[in-house]
Design a protein around this ligand. Structure first.
Ligand SMILES: Nc1nc2c(ncn2[C@@H]2O[C@H](COP(=O)(O)OP(=O)(O)OP(=O)(O)O)[C@@H](O)[C@H]2O)c(=O)[nH]1
Ligand SMILES: [Mg+2]
Length: 305
């Protein structure tokens, strides 16, 4: 993960290190090497503004840094790069879903989680992963298939649920997704499930009818939290999707899937740095275990270790 980005940061540090070995660094060197890094980041699908933010941060730190020959130069330069990325990442909020669910359960049950997103981003798979994780953390989850629209959607969630022995609630195809979601929540209440994870139909973010339908689910079910699933591979488009869902129904938290599938890592890094909403989880593969809670440390580890 992030292989190409990792290499770009490494090369940048190496270049500076060899320059420093022979003389003190001047602003011209910093300028040259950071311009080169900027181009390479953009080529690796890092969004222009994100690459700019990174470079600017690194440049400021380098200019303020007095490195003399004989100091542990290598360590200094690497530290600067890592600290810069850490500082850009620290602006990205994380979100602990288990703690959130606990806070809801302190006053009512079940906690209602609504998942939404464009077709194929990984909603259904992610719901299964999260249910799996929450159960391991001591909760009693049920997954609700409020996708009554796409052929096969019901069976898909059901199959996941069976594989990991999680309770499933479904509806009839063509029936009202809001009614199915509400029935599912009532079912959860009556059967003492404490977390209801609601799967909704994939929709294009420009599809007004489907957005209205999602609004209706929200109105009827009153979810405690609305989670938007975004495919990290889609880069800028993911940020466009977020904007549209935010306008139509509101987004509390995002989940980024397919981090593992981004060979360059630039698109994923851009979405992480540009999303501007708390990130709950990162999807890092197709197995149920392939879901990690987001925190800046995880990204730093992927980039620098
Ligand atoms: N590599 C990888 N693949 C993933 C990840 N998350 C989901 N997928 C894959 O993405 C594909 C689509 O996943 P789904 O869960 O069906 O997506 P969806 O959003 O529910 O799709 P629709 O219901 O059609 O809108 C599947 O092949 C998943 O295995 C991930 O983190 N990494
Ligand atoms: Mg689905």
């Amino acid at each position: 993960m992030f292989a190409r980005i990792k290499k770009i940061f490494q090369d940048f540090a190496n270049n500076l290190q060899s320059a420093i070995l022979y003389r003190t660094l001047d602003e011209k060197d910093i300028e040259n090497y950071s311009n080169e890094m900027f181009m390479r980041l953009v080529e690796a699908d890092v969004a222009y503004e994100v690459a700019e933010k990174i470079i600017e941060n690194i440049r400021q730190r380098l200019i303020g840094l007095k490195i003399r020959r004989g100091d542990d130069v290598e360590k200094h330069v690497e530290e600067v790069v890592e600290k810069s990325i850490a500082s850009v990442l620290s602006a990205v909020g994380s979100f602990n879903l288990a703690n959130f669910v606990k806070s809801i359960l302190a006053r009512e049950s079940p906690a209602k989680l609504m998942f939404m997103g464009v077709n194929g981003v990984g909603k259904t798979t992610t719901i299964a992963k999260i249910a799996y994780k929450l159960r391991a953390e001591g909760f009693k989850p049920v997954v609700i298939a409020a996708d009554t629209f796409r052929a096969g959607a019901q069976e898909q969630l059901k199959k996941h649920a069976e594989r990991i022995s999680i309770a499933f609630f479904g509806g009839r195809y063509g029936s009202d997704p809001a009614a199915t979601a509400l029935d599912g929540v009532v079912y959860a209440q009556r059967n003492n499930f404490d977390v209801a994870l609601i799967d909704t139909a994939g929709r294009m973010h420009i599809d007004a009818d489907l957005m209205n339908e999602l609004r209706k689910v929200t109105r009827v079910v009153k979810p405690h939290i609305k989670l938007l699933v975004l495919d990290a591979l889609t880069g800028n488009d993911a940020l466009e999707q977020l904007k549209k869902f935010e306008e139509a129904v509101g987004v509390d938290v995002v989940i980024l899937t397919k981090i593992d599938a981004d060979a360059n890592g630039g698109a994923a890094l851009s979405v992480i740095m540009g999303v501007g909403k708390p990130i709950a989880y990162l999807g890092i593969g197709q197995r149920y275990e392939d879901l990690v809670e987001y925190d800046p440390g995880i990204i730093l580890k992927m980039l620098f270790k």
